[in-house]
Design a protein around this ligand. Structure first.
Ligand code: GDP
Length: 715
């Protein structure tokens, strides 16, 4: 049992779009013996890309979980690996409109292969994913792919992983040749050269030889750096190293493993997935250096009955606990992907969804191999599988043993930055549209749907234009609904800029005999930025002393204040980053109750916010444009006219220039078309939400005068 767990790896392959994640995954599945033909991405046959439109767009939108086997030892004929380890691969998307997918897969992974393009190197979106992985402390191995391409430079990418991502990146290999002459790798641990034979068997055949003479110096140099880095991981190794003794292979690998799992080191390897070079050593690295479920911290949650903290070790003998991280509805029904943290789940049994306090029956359990499904009778700690039969469970929910409930921390999902009105093209399709929206919303928690109270319109919200475009596309393909959509609207927010102390609010009503009374005094102020750069959306604290407002009413005041956050005082956009302190007040024996204090909290908050210099905030996007030099002036001029601030300009390889800028989302609609025509199709760009900023005052006036028709505002 613990052997099985020790030999299990739950990993993800994270990459900037086009770095080669799909190709790499294909090769892994091929070498691991589960697919028999390599499907090239450009033929649209990649095994992982099972959604039709993903193939057309060539981007992997949805995380699929795939299981395969690998081992370090060879069969007697030396032709194959003896399977000793199970590797679950969670596919993560490269496009930042889908960071939520990255985020949720990082939650259930134990390690990541970060794929970089040997030409493009570290891209801004790789930085985003890297930061997310840092947040979840996920150990990583970096794989520099596409070593066969013109302009491939392993050493430069290695440097970028150090400088731009701030990682303790340590090369475990160096390439033999580059570009068209890329032949294989030098293994710096074994100090051997591995040559791949280009033939029909997709690089399954390789030869191990001595390091070529012209690479010996370089290999020695990088080996020395590796050994030093390993020595730093452990006092005993350090002593041996300073004593001038050679470290054994076991010591080196053990040191790398320890440091990688502690997040103190990122081993860097290289290859060309497309040319079938270097993929097997990457799988070896997964086994050697990435953690098993036993080597990651035990999962922590709350006991929903007692409110006390609870822990589950990765062990089959603990009570069952799991996290649902992905829901896919298709014509076969709903599949709920989940990771088991502890215990065992038998098919046909009931599980508790403690967040919803519902019991659900798991009618079938499936292990997924891309679009092939294998029925299994049970799953245990560490496993990743899909359940059939769950109805109430949505992405992010905990599943647990009903006698030993535990509620794991929900996955954090970002709020939408963009809204669009949507309606069915024909009256007959209205029900179908509603059904499709509900289903898509269950699958993707960043896809939000609501009805505008005033206009009755249905509004969808998401992480960017592309995100909503894809959702509308899926509605058409998977649910057969044609829809009309309105113009994209920015999701503005409101915030306060100043502190207001001791705002007095009295709710007093005298109607006939009985009356209503509540008196509060509150302070409001912007919340303080935390160490990790985030800020609380809302904080409440009661500083009441001596019972001038009885304790039982504090939560009523808080409830009222919180409901005032839903609708800002300027244009009705949600209010963010406010701290409220209840400091004083009074009550009446008969006329005060929970309701009167809730009303006081709500109106008091509104009045305080009005005095606290409220402003409208807009989402600012982080955009990076890669353009040939001669269009640079136009691109920059255009970005400036969109209220953009240029953050960085630097030359790329091959004469291109890279421009990074912060631009308000409101100015970026339709940018793809403009940029294409400005550069005759030669410039490319990527964009991600960066942060929120107050809008300039002239634009604020604009928004306020149009406020009524603004879609993002709640009326
Ligand atoms: P993804 O977007 O990260 O999934 O990347 P893909 O696997 O779809 O690869 C993007 C493109 O790069 C495809 O046309 C691949 O054929 C190509 N590609 C992937 N790996 C390599 C490689 O090692 N060398 C070369 N030359 N091309 C590659």
């Amino acid at each position: 049992m613990s052997d099985k767990l020790a030999n299990l790896r739950n990993i993800g392959i994270a990459a900037h779009i086009d770095a080669g994640k799909t190709t790499t995954t294909e090769r892994i599945l091929f070498y691991a013996g589960r697919v028999h033909r390599i499907g090239e991405v450009h033929e649209g046959a990649a095994t992982m890309d099972y959604m039709e439109q993903e193939q057309e767009r060539g981007i992997t939108i949805t995380s699929a979980a795939t299981t395969c086997e690998w081992g370090l030892d060879l069969t007697a004929d030396g032709m194959r690996r003896i399977p000793s380890h199970t590797i679950n691969i969670i596919d993560t998307p490269g496009h930042v409109d889908f960071t939520v997918e990255v985020e949720r897969s990082l939650r259930v992974l134990d390690g990541v292969i970060a794929v970089f393009c040997a030409v493009g190197g570290v891209q801004p979106q790789s930085e985003t994913v890297w930061r997310q992985a840092n947040r979840y402390a996920v150990p990583r191995v970096a794989y520099v792919n596409k070593m066969d391409r013109d302009g491939a430079n392993f050493y430069e990418v290695l440097g970028q992983v150090k400088d731009r991502l701030g990682a303790n990146a340590v090369a475990l290999q160096i390439p033999i040749g580059a570009e068209i002459d890329f032949k294989g790798i030098v293994d710096l641990v074994a100090m051997k050269a591995v040559y791949y034979i280009e033939s029909k068997d997709f690089g399954s055949t390789y030869e191990i030889q001595d390091i070529p003479a012209d690479l010996q110096d370089k290999a020695d140099e990088y080996r020395a750096m590796l050994i030093e880095a390993v020595a730093e991981t452990d006092d005993a190794l350090m002593e041996k190293f300073f004593g001038g003794e050679e470290l054994t292979i076991e010591e080196i690998e053990g040191g790398i493993r320890k440091a990688t799992i502690r997040n103190d080191m990122v081993p860097v390897i290289c290859g060309s997935s497309y040319k079938n070079k270097g993929v097997q050593p990457m799988l070896d690295a997964v086994i050697k250096y990435l953690p098993s479920p036993l080597e990651v911290p035990a999962v922590v949650g709350l006991n929903p009955d007692t409110g006390e903290s609870a822990t589950r070790q990765a062990s089959e003998s603990e009570p069952f606990s799991a996290l649902a991280f992905k829901i896919i509805s298709d014509k076969f029904g709903t599949l709920t992907f989940f990771r088991v943290y502890s215990g065992r789940l038998q098919k046909g049994s009931y599980v508790l969804n403690p967040g919803k306090n519902k019991k659900e029956r798991v009618s079938r359990i499936l292990k997924m191999h891309a679009n092939k499904r294998e029925d299994v009778d049970f799953v245990v700690a560490g496993d990743i599988a899909a359940a059939v039969g769950l109805e109430a469970t949505v992405t992010g929910d905990t599943l647990s043993d009903d006698k030993n409930p535990i509620l794991l921390e929900n996955i954090n999902f970002a709020d939408p930055v963009i809204f669009q009105a949507i309606e069915a093209k024909s009256k007959n399709d209205e029900d179908k549209l509603t059904n499709a929206l509900v289903k898509l919303g269950t699958e993707d928690p960043t896809f939000k749907v609501r009805t505008d109270a005033e206009t009755g319109q249905t509004i969808i919200g998401g992480m960017g234009e592309l995100h909503l475009e894809i959702m509308v596309d899926r509605m058409r393909r998977e649910y057969n609904v044609e829809a009309n959509i309105g113009k994209p609207q920015v999701a503005y927010r409101e915030a306060i800029t100043k502190r207001v102390d001791n705002l007095v609010y009295k709710h007093v009503k005298q109607t006939g005999g009985s009356g209503q009374f509540a008196h509060i005094e509150i302070n409001v102020m912007p919340t303080v930025e935390k160490e990790d750069g985030t800020r609380a959306n809302y904080e409440f604290e009661s500083k009441i002393v001596g019972g001038v407002v009885p304790r039982e009413f504090w939560s009523s005041v808080e409830k009222g204040a919180k409901s005032a956050m839903e609708r800002g005082v300027l244009a009705g956009y949600p209010l963010v980053n406010v701290r409220v302190e209840l400091v004083h007040g009074s009550y009446h024996e008969v006329d005060s109750n929970a309701m009167t204090f809730e009303i006081a909290g709500n109106y008091g908050m509104q009045e305080a916010v009005r005095k606290a210099k409220p402003v409208i905030l807009e989402p600012i996007m982080n955009i990076e444009v890669v353009t040939p030099e001669n269009y640079m002036g136009d691109i920059i001029g255009d970005l400036s006219s969109r209220r953009g601030k240029i953050v960085e300009m630097r030359p790329d390889k091959g004469g291109s220039q890279i421009v990074r800028a912060h631009v308000p989302l409101a100015e970026m609609f339709g940018y793809a078309t403009t940029m294409r025509s400005m550069s005759q199709g030669r410039a490319t760009y990527s964009m991600e939400p960066s942060h929120y900023e107050p809008v300039p005052s002239n634009i604020q006036e604009d928004i306020l005068s149009k406020g009524k028709e603004a879609i993002g505002a709640k009326k």
